[in-house]
Structure formats: C-alpha cells, structure tokens
Design a protein around this ligand. Structure first.
Ligand SMILES: [Fe+2]
Ligand SMILES: [Fe+2]
Length: 171
C-alpha cells in the first residue's frame, strides 16, 4: 500500500514541468518500434519523463541492454493516456483505489465525467496492456503493463526481470 509520504512526494514532484532532452528522446526512439513510439509520444511530458527515469534505472541494473525489457519499462504506464487525469485527480484516484475494488474501477471506467476519469486511471494497467497488444508489442511488454501493480506472487513474467522492473518504478 502506498504511504502518505509517497503520495505527497509524487504530488509535489508532478507539479514541476519536466522536459525531455534530445539525447533521451533519441534513446527512446532506438528502443521502441514505430507503433510503440506513436503510443509513447501520446503521453504527457511528465509521464514520458517518468518512463525514461524508470527505463534508465532498469538499464543500469541489467548486465547488458535488453530492448524488450527496456520497452517494458518505457511503456508500463502507457494506459494512463486513456484517463487524461491531472495530478490532483491522480492522487485522489490513488487514495480511492486503496479502499475500493477492481470491479468498481472497471465499472467506473465506462462512465463519463470525473468518475470515469478516476476509473480509467485505476484501470491503467489493463488499458495499457490492451493498447500494447494492438501495437504488436512483445508478450513481456504487454504482460508487464497488466501486472506492474500486482503483488509479486501474482506475476506471470520471469521473477528476476519483474524484480528489476518493479524496483525501478517508484509509483
Ligand atoms: Fe502504473
Ligand atoms: Fe510507473
């Protein structure tokens, strides 16, 4: 479960507008396929920044660079593009998510307005997996998007890879 401190840190961190350097942009382009790059470009800049931070940490943890694992890191949160929530709503959604069920989140995600936004944000793992499947991504990339908020015992991906990806992700 997320701590209050973690949420405060995320909230204050998200308030600063982050930009993407040309070097990082080129690095991402070298890793992703054309369709994946189209998805990645559709993320708000702060989310792109988070995805690069995570992928850089993963890259450091790997003995040698592995494109599929880096892609999984870069696109784990891609499902957030369907909710289009701002920072305040994300914090609220996370708090609501702790005390509500997945079935509720799925039903909210079909609704219009704020409740729909919250529902879609809370379903970003599943939505991301479906976007990546349509983009023809590798099964590791699709699976990690759907499993990245699940407890470790529910992962179906390789445990060692999952641990590297999870410890690099701070949300
Ligand atoms: Fe996530
Ligand atoms: Fe993340």
């Amino acid at each position: 479960m997320k701590t209050l401190w973690h949420l405060v840190k995320r909230f204050t961190g998200s308030l600063q507008q982050k930009s993407i350097s040309e070097r990082d942009h080129l690095w991402v382009q070298q890793i992703l396929s054309y369709q994946e790059m189209v998805l990645w470009e559709s993320m708000p800049q702060n989310d792109q920044h988070h995805s690069i931070e995570v992928a850089r940490r993963v890259d450091k943890s790997l003995e040698k660079s592995e494109q599929t694992i880096l892609t999984a890191a870069l696109l784990h949160d891609i499902g957030k593009v369907t909710s289009k929530t701002g920072v305040g709503m994300r914090v609220l959604a996370t708090l609501i998510g702790v005390v509500t069920s997945e079935i509720q989140h799925k039903s909210w995600s079909q609704r219009p307005g704020r409740i729909g936004e919250i529902g879609r944000y809370l379903c970003h793992a599943i939505d991301g997996a479906s976007l990546l499947q349509k983009a023809g991504s590798d099964s590791l990339v699709v699976t990690w998007a759907s499993e990245h908020h699940l407890p470790q015992h529910q992962w179906t991906i390789n445990l060692e890879i999952g641990k590297i990806l999870k410890s690099a992700d701070d949300d």
